[in-house]
Design a binder for this molecule. Structure first.
Ligand code: ATP
Length: 302
């Protein structure tokens, strides 16, 4: 059972602060690291894997500093985001060379390939693999030394739904077996299907931490903004403003701008009002659904 602990960790590249004063604890099971692009997720995973030194603060595994600690490298596996595999190698050659780098016999490579269910395709060249198979072979390379800790950077990116489910099952299985697993993603749905625990990173800062249901609730319960176009915007506006869920309604040339404090109530109210008033709804679209604004809300900046 391994626990990673970050204590006020920062990492900057020149003037860019990629990770800013982050403290978090990641224990056994599967944890999702959620955040928009550029939030610092890759940097954080590389700090945890001992591939980068913290500019400030400490990163430890079971109380021992990770940076420049060779013993600890033997207990951590990292699956980086970028491909990092040579297409001309077969799956077997790739995983075998990972085993040899750790000074391990071929059995270790065989075991890792079995674990990710890639043994039947191991003699094919990696360039003939699907994206999902490539990811699984990378996971096998990272698992070859049977590490207690597995860190995966955007592992489900670019996969089709079937491949994604397959890899999700594998990650869940590894977590259920007691490994400490942290994977990054910018998609909440992806994280909540695999992880019990979620850590949220926004602009290098630790924005939220906890059970995914709690984080999902906070994301849904935040105020929402919509643009509504209909056959009679004025009548609809008058009815909407009378409801307590309305946080504000303004009439613009593009339609109504509606702000609501209660997302669920609003999504039921709007079609009911339109029906009762005999107003046709032509467009209902969120104007603040981009990830940046959802995450900013979570981090308390809006
Ligand atoms: N080697 C580097 N040199 C300079 N700046 C960097 C370097 N690596 C990352 N950054 C910057 O640090 C910030 C965090 O990057 P990082 O890759 O850790 O984020 P991320 O959440 O993994 O994003 P993505 O999902 O887009 O990979 C970004 O502003 C990025 O441009």
């Amino acid at each position: 059972m391994s626990v990673i602990e970050l204590n006020q960790v920062s990492r900057w590249y020149g003037n860019v602060v990629a990770v800013n004063d982050v403290s978090m604890t990641v224990g056994p099971g599967v944890t999702g690291l959620l955040g928009p692009n550029g939030a610092g997720k890759s940097t954080l995973l590389h700090l945890m894997a001992g591939f980068l030194s913290p500019s400030g603060g400490t990163a430890t595994l079971d109380g021992r500093p990770i940076w420049r600690n060779h013993e600890i490298y033997r207990t951590i596996g990292l699956v980086p985001e970028r491909e990092g595999v040579y297409g001309f190698l077969t799956g077997w050659q790739f995983v075998q060379s990972a085993a040899r780098l750790h000074g391990l016999p071929d059995d270790a490579a065989e075991r890792a390939l079995d674990l990710v269910e890639m043994a039947p395709a191991k003699d094919r060249r990696i360039e003939t693999y699907s994206k999902g198979m490539r990811q699984r072979v990378k996971v096998a390379g990272a698992l070859v030394h049977d590490p207690q800790v597995l860190l995966l950077d955007e592992p489900f990116n670019g996969m089709d739904p079937r491949q994604r489910l397959h890899l999700m099952d594998l990650v869940k299985k590894l977590g259920a077996a007691g490994r400490t697993i942290l994977f990054s993603s910018h998609i909440l749905e992806e994280v909540e299907r695999v992880a019990q625990q979620i850590e949220v990173l926004v602009a290098g800062r630790h924005a939220a931490s906890g059970d995914y249901r709690e984080i999902r609730r906070r994301m849904t319960d935040r105020p929402h903004q919509f643009r509504v176009r209909s056959s009679d915007d004025r009548r609809l506006a008058a009815a909407l403003i009378a409801d307590p869920s309305s946080g504000g309604v303004s009439l613009t040339a593009q339609g109504l701008e509606v702000r609501t404090e209660d997302f669920r109530r609003f999504t039921r109210l709007l079609p009911r009002l339109a029906r009762d008033l005999n107003v046709h709804l032509w467009q209902v679209s969120p104007t603040d659904e981009d990830l940046e604004s959802v995450f900013s809300y979570l981090s308390g900046r809006s």
